[in-house]
Ligand binder design. Structure first.
Ligand code: DQA
Length: 165
């Protein structure tokens, strides 16, 4: 009697889950493109996000990109990231240099975060040299203009691939 053959196992097993990355930009970065272009370049934040999405697609990463001028809003988004995102790219803009609240939020959720800057704050005014959030981040990418976001994404993906579990 003919029996129904069991379905053979999928040749490559289940598809690996896509990495989910939250991209946060802080105060005044909605003005990118018009804001001090000699420092921050001519690309808009929408343009930066579009370029990031294109690279993310190649890397198989799912991007959620947000901007706020409000420290509490950024804290809310970081606070809700646990379990929803594998990593964070954070350009906290001026809050980089002042915000204990953002540092605490990153420590609280323990989602790996890369600090991002378009400019190189350490080569600028002294009040930009210190980062309050750096000790809560796994790495920092700065000084490459809009490319900083893309390079930070590539670095984060590599970091996640070899992260200690
Ligand atoms: C910035 C650098 C900060 O010092 C500054 O306050 C910003 C932008 C950057 O991307 O270069 O707003 O984070």
């Amino acid at each position: 009697m003919a029996t129904k053959e069991a379905r053979p196992p999928a040749p490559h097993g289940p598809a690996p889950a896509r990495l989910r990355v939250l991209v946060l930009s802080g105060p005044n970065l909605q003005l990118l493109g018009a804001r001090e272009p000699e420092i921050y370049g001519h690309e808009t934040l929408a343009g930066v996000h579009a370029r990031l999405r294109a690279r993310a697609k190649e890397l198989g990463v799912q991007i959620t990109a947000r901007q706020s001028n409000h420290e509490g809003k950024l804290c809310d988004w970081i606070g809700a990231a646990r379990g929803k995102f594998d990593g964070i790219l954070l350009n906290a803009a001026a809050y980089t240099h002042t915000s204990l609240a953002l540092f605490d939020a990153l420590k609280a959720v323990a989602v790996p975060c890369v600090e991002v800057h378009l400019s190189n704050p350490e080569a600028r005014e002294a009040y930009r040299h210190a980062s309050t959030i750096a000790p809560a981040c796994v790495a920092k990418v700065s000084g490459f203009g809009a490319d900083s976001y893309v390079l930070a994404l590539e670095g984060l993906v590599r970091w996640l691939a070899r992260r200690p579990r």
